[in-house]
Design a protein around this ligand. Sequence first.
Ligand code: M6R
Length: 349
Amino acid sequence: EKGTYAHFMLKEIHEQPSVVRRIVSNYFDNGKSRIDAKILNDIKSSDRIYILAAGTSMHAGLIGKNLFEKLAGIPVEVHIASEFAYQKPLLSKKPFFILVSQSGETADLRACLVNIKEMNYPILTVTNVPTSTLAREATYFLELYAGPEIAVASTKAYVAQVGVLALLAYELSSKDFDIRDELTKVALSIENFLSCQNILDVTRYLLTHRNCFFIGRGLDYYTGLEAALKLKEISYIQTEGFAAGELKHGTIALIEEGTPVIALISDPKISHNTRSNLNEVIARGARTIKIVTSEVAEPGDEVIVDSVHPLLTPMVMVVPTQLLSYYAALERSFDIDKPRNLAKSVTVE
Ligand code: M6R
């Protein structure tokens, strides 16, 4: 039930702090991780992780790649499920597969699973539905504990996917910080943002345009991809997520007077570069908004989230973009929870 919320999407956005806390409490028992040692051993004896997924879950997979590579030193490839199923890349000698899926029923992933099983490689499904096809048919599964996600636009499942992939990567790492503390800070940062900031006031003027760009570098680029998918799927504004430095190699031609460009900036090492890319689009007439972390915030930045552990930053940076999409669709009076042409789980290839 929606309770006091006007839509499931808004309710699910607001549930995110408790989802993150639930992941922490369900995956730890007296400080000890509950992740099956067999999963960890299989990954340790592999030479490469392949993450397969679709849509928002694929974007969570991109953040997962960074987590496994940075925390555990394991190389990762992320593939779109519908592509991997019929155009397999050259695989490494000992691959380990992770299928990421909220529903656990996505047909494109099922096609991958059948394929990988024939080759006898281990498969871990990370899903919100432990009774789903992909959970049952994989070698292992890990649950997201996000609770039922009803809105077609995925929000809390994405944050949960990044959280569970982070826990898994952490268990494979030298553990030189406490992930429970860091995830608790993530929950607090999201909570704080949701209780204080009115994203609609800041962004209303951006939402009357027919197209929109999100730009960012590194992890913020991946968040931009997710933000663009969310905005387009429920507000029908044509939106692209772009690597900030790549814009000048062609796409900047689309910037004209009033084009909305939203920059995501969280990494102090490259904040300056993204800000100068913003100046390039401002010079061509773009109307811009900056979504930043407190660590890199400068006077004039419009939307600020509290900084968290750098590797977990996407879990908080995505939240303003979810609300932005929600309000954009609300302003246009569209069916937020059931956007046109889309189904919650895509069971055809
Ligand atoms: O159930 P899944 O996570 O496998 O679904 C994958 C995509 O269909 C899904 O994430 C889709 O992109 C969402 N509607 C995005 O909000």
